[in-house]
Unconditional design. Structure first.
Length: 576
């Protein structure tokens, strides 16, 4: 989509794809139009009621007709409003479902480039803006236009001189309102953007509140937050100034128009050229004109908001998803893995891996060692297919992993990262996560036992139903890591990847988990990243990674003899 260019076709397409209650929306719109039609009849009945009244005697049939019309208008308005709201709520729910389904299938690179607060704003706030336009402002605009035009036509048919008086005032009000409305649109967009910026910043910082507190960062974040809040306040004050100017202008124009028509009508009534009922009808029609006219600037402001929301949602929906449809469902058990001359960079001009090559025989343990930032975790990300390689190949036997169905590939790969990713919810939820079949309690406890996590879980009063809190905050680092390892056991992976899997464990737990991992590695190809020497010395092959290159490979003993930097690395481990 061309930047800053709003295409009505894009908006209508987006709504059409999300709205499966079109008949209900049309029915609601028809009922709202019927309500508008009845509101145009009310002044006519009021005129007849006044003109046919004689002293203290009122035409009962006319009064009954007027009350009946009021009741019909109330009923139709309530039904129309409900159906429009139902269609709008359904639309936003479907749109959010569509955005959410697309969002969770986007590649990791998208989340590297966008803040989580910004993404959640698109999912929640932008879809809400579109819903409000579809179910509220748009129907009000349509019915308001019909109400305005209908009232003007009836006024001209009733008394063209009185109607002409209105037309002398309306253009003046429009000339005043148009530039003010343009300013309001500009300020509305600015307020929307500054609010989104603050939302993104707040979400990011609250997600890392422990880092802030551990670093005494409260004052820094207080200043940053205050600066963003001040930006919102500055724009809001400008908007308040314009609104404060707009309100008296509108009030003065409406009051002036009302007084002018009332005065002119009173003269006509006294002269006998206009009935009292007609004058009252004119004043009622005047409100039928002014009320929708006053709402039009709000509608166009909402259209501008919907423009920005549509552009952002379409940008997200136009971002290519990961391809889960293509490729074959291939069993990779007992097959070798080879990485051949792989180059990779997260962004152009900053190469992370260069001509990386290695191979893993079936049922072997491959370890990666080297300084932090050398590219070890990036190799794991490529094996997990979080990113495509820039150059080179990654093959299983003689099959490129790109030719294997992505779901099938990841289903057969167990990945335990150094971050010990844990979701809010129960321990059961975290162990079961990602598995299609529901595991029995015995199976879950077996997985916990293999990871040496059964003892601390059984100590909790609620055991498997224990709530772990957001990101597992109620668990220690070691407990989270063992749950992550238990989850890997339960996946029964063909390829196992352990990225600092024992980093958060004490010596005793590390020894226990290491034995469990050795058991898990049996019959599987395992890739291991570890700074601790004890976890890699028995590996079949060790690759030393530094500055994005593999500078040496071999067994532990071979590297000690042939790779000086590896020798220093081992020496530091021993001294530590």
């Amino acid at each position: 989509m061309e930047k800053n260019k709003f295409k009505l076709k894009d908006f209508l397409t987006l709504i059409n794809q999300a709205n499966n209650k079109k008949l209900i929306f049309v029915l609601g719109l028809i009922l709202s139009l019927a309500t508008t039609g009845s509101s145009l009849l009310l002044p006519q009945l009021t005129r007849s009621l006044i003109d046919t009244a004689q002293l203290a005697k009122i035409d009962r049939s006319m009064l009954l007709a007027l009350l009946s019309l009021f009741a019909v208008q109330l009923l139709l308005g309530a039904l129309g409003g409900f159906f429009l709201r139902l269609a709008g709520e359904t639309t936003v729910a479907n749109l959010r479902n569509r955005v959410w389904r697309h969002l969770i299938r986007l590649p990791i690179s998208y989340f590297d480039e966008h803040k989580s607060g910004e993404i959640s704003s698109r999912l929640v706030n932008d879809t809400m803006i579109i819903k409000e336009l579809v179910s509220g402002y748009f129907p009000s605009f349509i019915t308001g236009m019909i109400q305005l035009v209908g009232a003007l036509v009836i006024l001209f048919l009733t008394d063209w001189k009185m109607a002409a008086l209105i037309f002398t005032v309306v253009p003046i009000v429009v000339l005043i309102m148009v530039p003010i409305g343009a300013i309001m649109v500009k300020l509305g967009k600015a307020l929307q953007q500054t609010t989104a910026d603050f939302n993104g910043e707040a979400t990011e910082k609250l997600g890392e509140i422990r880092l802030i507190k551990a670093s005494n960062g409260e004052e820094v974040e207080e200043k940053r937050g205050a600066a963003l809040i001040q930006r919102i306040l500055d724009v809001s004050i400008k908007e308040a100034k314009v609104s404060a100017l707009l309100q008296p202008i509108m009030s003065t124009a409406i009051f002036g128009m009302f007084i002018g028509i009332l005065g002119y009508g009173a003269i006509r009534v006294q002269a006998g050229t206009l009935s009292t009922g007609t004058l009252v009808a004119f004043l009622l029609y005047l409100f039928n004109i002014l009320m929708p006219a006053a709402s039009f600037p709000i509608f166009f402001t909402q259209v501008q908001k919907a423009r920005g929301a549509t552009e952002r949602i379409q940008e997200l929906l136009n971002t290519p998803k990961e391809d889960f449809a293509s490729g074959e469902d291939i069993n990779i058990t007992g097959k070798s893995v080879s990485v051949i001359d792989v180059d990779f960079s997260y962004e152009e001009g900053r190469q992370v891996l260069q001509e990386v090559s290695f191979s893993a025989s079936p049922n072997s343990v491959i370890a990666f060692a080297g300084p932090s930032g050398g590219g070890k975790s990036t190799i794991f990300s490529l094996l997990e297919r979080f990113y495509p390689v820039d150059n080179g190949e990654i093959n299983v036997a003689n099959e490129a992993i790109e030719n294997i169905n992505l779901h099938s590939w990841r289903r057969q790969v167990g990945y335990v990262s150094q971050d010990s990713a844990i979701f809010s919810g129960s321990i059961r939820d975290n162990l079961q996560y990602g598995l299609k079949e529901t595991l029995s309690d015995d199976e879950l406890w077996r997985g916990l036992e293999l990871a040496y996590a059964n003892h601390f879980v059984s100590d909790f009063p609620e055991k498997l139903e224990t709530e772990v809190g957001e990101r597992g905050v109620k668990l220690s680092g070691g407990q989270k890591q063992r749950l992550a390892i238990a989850r890997a056991f339960l996946r029964d992976p063909k390829i196992l990847m352990l990225d600092e899997a024992t980093a958060s464990l004490d010596s005793k737990s590390e020894e226990q988990v290491q034995r469990a991992l050795e058991h898990l590695m049996e019959g599987r190809t395992a890739f291991v990243i570890a700074h601790r020497l004890s976890t890699i010395v028995d590996a079949d092959q060790i690759y030393f990674v530094e500055n994005g290159k593999i500078t040496g490979s071999g067994t532990h003993q071979e590297l000690l003899e042939n790779h000086p930097l590896y020798g220093e690395y081992v020496k530091e481990q021993v001294l530590a």
